[in-house]
Ligand binder design. Structure first.
Ligand SMILES: Cc1ncc(C[n+]2csc(CCOP(=O)(O)OP(=O)(O)O)c2C)c(N)n1
Length: 370
């Protein structure tokens, strides 16, 4: 995509000249906006992004069904937010450290985290299922907003080491009301840290709409802290990719932190335990179904000449992926009690080794007595 074009469009989005509406390249019906028409759209790239999003939606469907079957305790759907996640994660380097919230499954899949690793936590087996260092993707943070402070501290360390690594952190509109997020924004701006804050404004914090909990949009508040800010249509994967690419380049170049507010929508409930019909209207849901990120890239791809056979092949691939998710989940086994001793310290620890030894002796004695 023509980066200079996006960069000049983004410059309108920088405080204090906020655009009235978020930056968009592709309209909800899949047609290109004026900015999109002027950009150099690569069909292969759109196909890759569409596939990433479709895999995430497939995972959500399978995981929710598994929860209904009692195989998973809880699941938080990323349904509707795939473009915000895929567009942003694909715009940064795989080596850039990411601190997610708890529903960034589409981003996690793009980082190579497997369905089994993702489901481990929600099946109740472990605190987290993947190695954050290997994937450069921290474990999920269920305590709202804490990850933004962890990320800011990490970015302070990266800045001291003088690498060109940047840090990305995801959070929601509800988390933006937390003190932690505001501390993180202020600290990052004051210290000029290499961090990109990515807010998925999905319009709801469980049953509280953004209209109730804020008078000033998140990106405008962030500008007040001194960050470079962007406002993008979070259901337009190409716009998110372009804006994140521009923002990440500025952060990497040493221009200080940035914040992107992506307007999106949580199409499903807050979690598998939530009934969103209790607090939002069907008319609102239908409005946002008309802005579905996958329907949008699907329509764009067809307009760009992608043949039906490509979509058929993708459907086959997704059917196999769904099977893989179900098999991986049912194959997961929880840790034994003895395993817990191995996850306390990174280095060997004499007292803990003794405790493990005592536990195993006790367990073996009990089993021998049966
Ligand atoms: C510190 C803290 N307070 C409250 C909660 C309970 N809680 C869990 S999710 C949530 C809403 C979060 O909304 P948002 O940040 O918009 O993210 P979304 O779930 O919509 O992705 C709340 C209040 C929590 N997990 N942590």
């Amino acid at each position: 995509m023509t980066v200079s074009l996006i960069a000049s469009a983004c410059s309108d989005a920088v405080a204090p000249g906020y655009p009235a509406s978020p930056l968009r390249l592709v309209a909800p019906d899949g047609t290109l906006t004026d900015l999109g028409r002027a950009a150099d759209i690569d069909p292969d790239l759109v196909r890759e992004l569409h596939r990433d999003m479709a895999r995430a939606r497939c995972l959500d469907h399978a995981a929710l069904a598994l929860q209904r079957q009692g195989e998973v305790s809880l699941w938080l759907m990323s349904w509707g937010q795939e473009a915000a996640q895929v567009g942003s994660i694909r715009a940064v380097r795989d080596s850039d450290m990411v601190f997610p919230s708890y529903r960034e499954h589409a981003a996690a899949l793009c980082r190579g985290i497997t369905p089994a690793e993702l489901l481990t936590q929600w099946r109740g087996h472990r605190h987290a299922g993947w190695d954050p260092t290997a994937h450069r993707f921290h474990i999920y943070s269920l305590v709202l907003g804490t990850q933004t402070l962890h990320a800011t501290g990490y970015a302070a360390g990266a800045a001291m080491e003088g690498t060109d690594e940047i840090v990305v952190t995801y959070f929601g509109d509800g988390a933006a009301s937390q003190g932690d997020v505001n501390e993180a924004l202020n600290w990052a701006a004051a210290a000029g840290l290499p961090i990109l804050f990515f807010c998925q404004n999905n319009q709801w914090a469980i049953s509280t709409p953004t209209t109730t909990q804020m008078r000033t949009p998140v990106h405008r508040r962030a500008a007040g802290f001194g960050l470079r800010t962007y406002h993008v249509d979070g259901n337009d994967v190409l716009a998110v990719l372009a804006v994140t690419g521009e923002a990440a380049a500025r952060v990497r170049a040493g221009d200080g932190p940035a914040l992107i507010e992506a307007e999106t929508y949580r199409l499903a409930g807050h979690s598998s335990s939530d009934d969103p019909g209790r607090y939002r209207t069907q008319a609102e849901v239908e409005l946002w179904q008309g802005r579905d990120p996958l329907a949008r890239s699907d329509a764009l791809l067809r307009a760009l000449g992608t043949p039906d056979s490509w979509f058929d092949q993708l459907q086959d691939e997704l059917a196999a992926f769904g099977d893989e998710v179900r098999k991986a989940c049912r194959g997961l086994t929880g840790p034994g009690l003895a395993d817990l001793f191995g996850t306390v310290y990174a280095e060997p620890h004499d007292a803990l080794d003794q405790e493990r030894h005592d536990y195993l002796r006790h367990r073996d004695a009990l089993e021998a007595g049966r």
